[in-house]
Write a protein that binds this ligand. Structure first.
Ligand SMILES: [Zn+2]
Length: 158
């Protein structure tokens, strides 16, 4: 591996405490710091893995972001749902306190119902009109890049 201080190839790196940070260094660089105690070696390692875990958990939560949207073929679904109930457009309209023309427009997809109306149609027709889609989080990409282990070590120092 490479010495974390000077970057030269080392066969047997030495764990040294340099400016409060545990680093794997070559013999020469280890002279600049004090050799780390066993507790310090473990402590720092745990700290970093802990930070890494928390970080990836946070990112995972962000990645799985879903949004509910109206299904593409809502017109057909509503028409079929209504016909299953053997209701006319007028009958359906009166059940949800809407106009017959509204139902006709929705079934022809000339009019996209808003959330409140969608909910009423779902309840009365016993159908699902919303579907969950995954949304890409644009913030995620800028956040994941440019973070290195060195950054973490720096942060663990402060
Ligand atoms: Zn070195």
């Amino acid at each position: 591996m490479l010495c974390e201080m000077c970057g030269i190839e080392v066969a047997n790196p030495i764990l040294s405490k340099i400016s409060g940070t545990i680093l794997r260094t070559c013999q020469k660089c280890s002279a600049m710091g004090v050799e780390a105690t066993e507790r310090e070696k473990i402590g720092n390692k745990n700290y970093i893995s802990d930070v890494m875990n928390k970080r990836s958990n946070r990112l995972r939560e962000k990645e799985i972001k879903t949004e509910k949207i109206l299904v593409e073929d809502f017109g057909i679904l509503i028409k079929n749902g209504r016909e299953n109930k053997k209701w006319s457009q007028k009958e359906l309209a009166s059940k949800i306190s809407e106009k017959k023309s509204t139902i006709a427009s929705i079934e022809n997809k000339q009019y996209k119902p808003e959330k409140k109306l969608i909910n009423k149609l779902e309840t009365v027709l016993e159908i699902r009109l919303m579907e969950e889609i995954e949304v890409k989080d644009s913030v995620k990409t800028s956040e994941t890049t440019g973070m290195t282990l060195a950054d973490l070590i720096e942060k663990s120092n402060g």
